[in-house]
Write a protein that binds this ligand. Structure first.
Ligand code: FE
Length: 187
């Protein structure tokens, strides 16, 4: 298994490589999107584990980490949230992995519980919502609200939705290296 330093290096390589691909259907790259989400989390006063979750939330889209990019092809949800969380789990604890795992469910939760939320989704996000199961049923929403990391996932989701700015300048991956190295190895 990779050491904490090696996993941080591996993640840095993914950001520098595949991170240059565009974020599914949006005008920012995958790396810009994830870096913006982390910057929003930090600006919002989130604890380090949740900043890390925001930074890493779409790692499941990286083929170098896990496979599957059928989502925008319209076939089915590629479960990138679960794949990303599972990939991170050997190194990072649940305060990092579970908001990542639940960030797609959080969108379905917010669509079910906040009428105004759906209205501000981007066209690409509306498209993927249908592939992800649509808004939660009331029973599903109750279950989600009771999840230990449900509230963190909702916070992450809002940063995720806002992290599509084509003009903003945010800290690069190196800014988060010490924090990630400290969090890695404590699953
Ligand atoms: Fe995202």
């Amino acid at each position: 298994m990779l050491t904490p330093q090696q996993i941080v290096d591996a993640i840095a390589d993914l950001f520098a490589g595949e991170g240059a691909d565009d974020y599914l259907g949006e005008d920012v790259t995958q790396a810009q999107h994830m870096l913006q989400a982390a910057a929003l989390a930090q600006a919002d006063g989130a604890p380090p584990a949740l900043v890390a979750a925001a930074l890493l939330h779409d790692v499941g889209h990286f083929r170098g980490a896990v496979h599957g990019r059928e989502l925008m092809a319209g076939e089915r949800d590629n479960r990138h949230s679960h794949q990303g969380a599972d990939w991170l789990a050997p190194w990072f604890g649940p305060a990092v992995t579970e908001p990542v795992r639940l960030h797609v469910a959080a969108k379905r939760y917010l669509c079910a519980t906040e009428p105004a939320y759906f209205a501000r989704l981007s066209p690409a996000s509306v498209h993927t919502l249908s592939l992800q199961g649509g808004p939660m049923t009331p029973a599903e929403a109750d279950r989600f609200a009771a999840e230990p990391y449900g509230a963190d996932a909702v916070r992450l989701r809002r940063w995720d939705d806002d992290a599509k700015d084509t003009t903003v300048a945010v800290p690069d991956f190196g800014h988060y290296r010490p924090m990630l190295a400290e969090l890695a190895g404590t699953p």
